[in-house]
Design a protein around this ligand. Sequence first.
Ligand SMILES: Nc1nc2c(c(=O)[nH]1)N[C@H]1C(S)=C(S)[C@@H](COP(=O)(O)OP(=O)(O)OC[C@H]3O[C@@H](n4cnc5c(=O)[nH]c(N)nc54)[C@H](O)[C@@H]3O)O[C@H]1N2
Ligand SMILES: Nc1nc2c(c(=O)[nH]1)N[C@H]1C(S)=C(S)[C@@H](COP(=O)(O)OP(=O)(O)OC[C@H]3O[C@@H](n4cnc5c(=O)[nH]c(N)nc54)[C@H](O)[C@@H]3O)O[C@H]1N2
Ligand code: SF4
Ligand SMILES: [Mo]
Length: 753
Amino acid sequence: MSRTALRICPLCEATCGLTLTIEGTRVTGARGDREDVFSKGFICPKGASFGAVDGDPDRLRTPLVRKDGELREATWEEAFDAVAAGVRTVVERYGPHSVGVVLGNPNVHTMAGALYPPVLLAGLGTRSVFTASTVDQMPKHVSSGLLYGDANAIPVPDLDHTDHLLLIGANPLESNGSLCTAADFPGKLKALKARGGTLTVIDPRRTRTAKLADRHIAIRPGTDALLLAAMAYALFEEGLVDTGELTPHLQGLEELRAAVQDFSPEAVAGACDVDAPTIRTLARELAAAPTAAVYGRIGSCTVPHGTLASWLVDVLNVLTGNLDRPGGALFPQAATDRTPRPAGPSHGFTLARWRSRVSGHPEAKGELPLSALAEEIDTGTDEGVPIRALITSAANPVLSAPDGDRLDKALGSLDFMVSIDPYLNETTRHATVVLPPPPPSQSPHHDFAFNTLAVRNQVRYTRPAVPLEPGRLPETEIFARLVLAATGMHGADPSAVDELVIGQTLGKAVKEPWSPVHGRDPKELAAQLTGVSGPERRLDMMLRLGPYGDGFGVRPDGLSLQRLLAHPHGIDLGPLRSRLPQPLKTQSGKVELLPQPIADDLPRLRAALDRRPDELVLVGRRHLRSNNSWMHNVPALTGGTNRCTLHIHPEDAERLGVRDGAAVRVKGAGGEVTAPAEVTDSVRPGVVSLPHGWGHDRPGTRMSHAATDPGVNVNQLLDGSLLDPLSGNAVLNGVPIEVAAVAAVSEKLSPVT
Ligand SMILES: Nc1nc2c(c(=O)[nH]1)N[C@H]1C(S)=C(S)[C@@H](COP(=O)(O)OP(=O)(O)OC[C@H]3O[C@@H](n4cnc5c(=O)[nH]c(N)nc54)[C@H](O)[C@@H]3O)O[C@H]1N2
Ligand SMILES: Nc1nc2c(c(=O)[nH]1)N[C@H]1C(S)=C(S)[C@@H](COP(=O)(O)OP(=O)(O)OC[C@H]3O[C@@H](n4cnc5c(=O)[nH]c(N)nc54)[C@H](O)[C@@H]3O)O[C@H]1N2
Ligand code: SF4
Ligand SMILES: [Mo]
């Protein structure tokens, strides 16, 4: 007997609603939920393989604890006892900063990852915090922090209504979108064109997205900040700046004009390898479009001027009056956002409140660069102690961060390491304790993070589609128990963590004059919360306090968990709307167009004008049927074009004597790898491309299918020293490398007789 159940897909940022077919406790099929208020039936090949991802036999079923050097199956009690002993011993001996925390990408795809890390970090009091953000979007957080005073206030292109989309360093036809949650991104781009709009793509590769574009500009990698600065220059010079209704909310327009004066289209053309008339055309088109949105992603962030490029993306939206207006780029308003407070000056955003111990990297948003994790473990200094214990959740930095070999060794030297992870992989194989979460079908789902980045305001929640297997714990409970064990409260009831947060949040809310619960009794409010678990009670609380909430009875038709449960396909909350000045938290209460840290970084961009371009640079790429480092174990999602090959342009291939399909050696500052070449003119000359997340050939892992076609770890080509200084973000694109045909190398090496 089969049945169906709804489940929001957690496999990428698009958050599609799925209808799962379930036989017994096994997911045997998945299709798009046509009634889903957001995704309306869209599904991609990953979502269609939900059952295979969910039912992967290599997923761990029980905790593992290391005994006599070997990871062995253990009970949950043994596992958490070991966590308490391992973490507390290190804290007591070396202090809080000796415990590192690494949070990987899937934390933004689980409820546990949204609800418990803040409590863990507060409880530990450690500054050794590293997340996937610093190999991803930290530059955007920093630019938003500086412009708007809130690192999480990220404007999202109004895909459904814009007339003109300028897309930079993003390939949503493969990635399904990022920092722009939109189910059926491809369909939305086609709809944009069908309604007479234009799509411009800036990418050194002719991607599937670029093929759809009206104009594709194959820029030289790493130079987008120059190009965008030149567009801003052209707008000022040609009198095309029109900030419209934004004007009263802006500060620093004249200073901005002066700041971009060195970056004329003519001045940047050589560095970008884009001619000046084209750059001027881009600026004019942006200004002329009735509405337009500039949007940048991975290719604009993971580069040496990532923060400047991210800032300039928003600057262009401001200069053309497109920030915060329908059809432009707007701030979404999610159902679990905090109660909006009245607009006005606030605390602003501060960088570099502390620095990393070894290299002195500034913190950003409370985090240190993931690139610096290895040195923070393996290098002693007079400034403090190295990291001796590590807590990882949903992270595989051995493959996703620079110089995996060094990190691999460093992890092996720790006193203690615990990982919340379903797999024994390149990173978790070093753990002392592995705590496996249940597969997604057995977990509830709500997108706390992605709803704040969605192209339409909406809210959805799905309860577990399948009951928990015997012997499993919900991931929320695993995380709560980890928090207790790591912070000296081992053995307390895990619901204590949720009740603590509920008490604190309500206690604060009743004191806020703008809160719908101002002046009420927090205990009375807590007693009203519904839900079958701590996390559900917390969701209920956030919904009810939120911008659409029932305010605990104040607005009876407002949102609550009960209301949401009555709408299994979600509740639509309408299109994105203008919100300024409310989201601003700068000290001036305005959009601060030229923040000091940005102004201070501009000379570095100026210096890039005169840099001689590297002969050959590396960029990445993503494949639709994959996701970072953890989906190569699913046979249905591997093979075909989803391979770890080096894309190289025919001209470069010929010059270097590289044949299609033959092995090539790629050498970077951090090491070298050998991969098969794929000669293709989809990359521009001077650029080669290798995907990330491969390199599944280390011993002691349990990902049997991935190991049959391991690929190579592209991040081994990096030594971790290349960063965007403002954000600490790793430079993963535009990295100088050397390529040689393997045969040529061996000829050179073999002695001539
Ligand atoms: N199928 C699939 N989907 C995914 C993921 C996945 O691994 N697979 N990962 C998810 C995650 S974690 C993220 S963050 C998102 C990322 O989402 P996207 O940013 O859309 O992802 P990418 O496909 O890496 O696109 C980056 C593009 O930037 C280009 N590029 C490289 N260097 C430069 C440069 O200097 N300038 C410009 N203009 N372009 C450059 C690359 O050629 C590439 O096409 O995708 C998410 N979705
Ligand atoms: N060269 C290069 N490197 C890159 C990138 C690039 O474009 N180029 N992209 C970067 C980006 S954008 C990102 S986000 C990072 C991603 O890098 P990471 O943050 O390290 O994430 P993943 O590689 O996706 O590994 C995810 C881990 O989470 C585990 N996991 C899966 N599902 C769950 C779950 O439900 N719960 C828990 N607890 N764990 C789970 C997996 O087993 C795996 O160990 O990689 C970065 N690295
Ligand atoms: S687009 Fe993303 S969220 Fe939608 S089905 Fe595919 S993997 Fe899942
Ligand atoms: Mo990412």
